[in-house]
Design a protein around this ligand. Sequence first.
Ligand code: ZN
Length: 384
Amino acid sequence: MRIFVLGLDGAVKHLIDRPELPNLQKVIREGCLCDLISRPPITSVAWTSMVSGVNAGKHGIFGFRIGDKLNFSTEKKAKELWDYLPSIAINIPMTFPVRPIDGIMISGMMTPELYENSVYPASEMEYLKQIGFIFEPEIDLKSCGQSIDIKIELIKHYLDYNWELFFVVFREFDVIQHFFWGQDLPYYQKIDHFLDWLINEKNLFHDEQTSLLIVSDHGFAPVDKTFDLQEWINQNGYAKQVMVGGWGALYIKPETENEKQKIKKGLEENLKQIKYDGKPILDVYPREKIYWGPYAEKGPDIVVSPKRTLGFTFGMRTGKIIGASIHKNGCHLEEGVFAAWGPQIKELRDINREARVYDVMPTVLELAGKEVPKEVDGVNLLSY
Ligand SMILES: [Zn+2]
């Protein structure tokens, strides 16, 4: 069994299950669809869990940066799908620099402008330059549209290569939904037309030897307010004790273990008390609730996630604890999507368990007829 994984960064159920997207809807209705939980919903952490089957305490990627240092694939500690299957892996965040695999790898988000080490084998770079491949689209609808079109052309080019796993990520949807919320339909329609081509012209799934998975690393919701975490830390007397990392990561600076635990408890309680219209603004996760494994200690002491359901986003310095969200009008939700379609796929809609991003890797491995390694945290979603 071969598996084609269509990764749509930030896709959420109601955006892909629409009558204007008949092919996506057909696949979802005939196969299965469920929420895929991403906690915390951070792109770099979630895609790494998805391809390695483990939580960040085992793969070592807790965000785009550690302190002020950017994070790259060289920090990863866990085996990934392409270590088990001949693969074509395209544009997956946190795969720069690429490493040799049995197949082809084109890196994704966090790829610097210099093109070295962004493609394996390096000889493929010529083709990428020829078609004008975009590693990460600009914050611009035209650039996102072009990037999608070029990537579809590239997928078509590589489909006839030898692979058991074809894993591609369309990062464009994350960009579109962050900055152009509500204008996504024409871009999902590009995917829908491509799916039509895959199913009805290419006959990719015709021989019953290939399954389709559609996954996202988190969901999305509209936002209009922003919570300035650094400002809250400053105004509440924590500036000397606590460092704010990327996306809601809080590191308590080294004190004695006793002192650290005391600060952590107090901080956790205070963060939970922050309210807007009488409702708590933040989901607060102490490290031990979300990360376990040999590298968990390297993760943030506390991770906070703003409640998008109340319209809150993060990451902008406004100088006010709560301010208006100026540039972003959409932000990540924990509920992403998992959809599966193909000959081996059973009905999943009534599944009575929470599907997590790290379940994708064991699901792919078992579909491909491989054994799932013991250290993997996830389970095969299709066996439940
Ligand atoms: Zn994302």
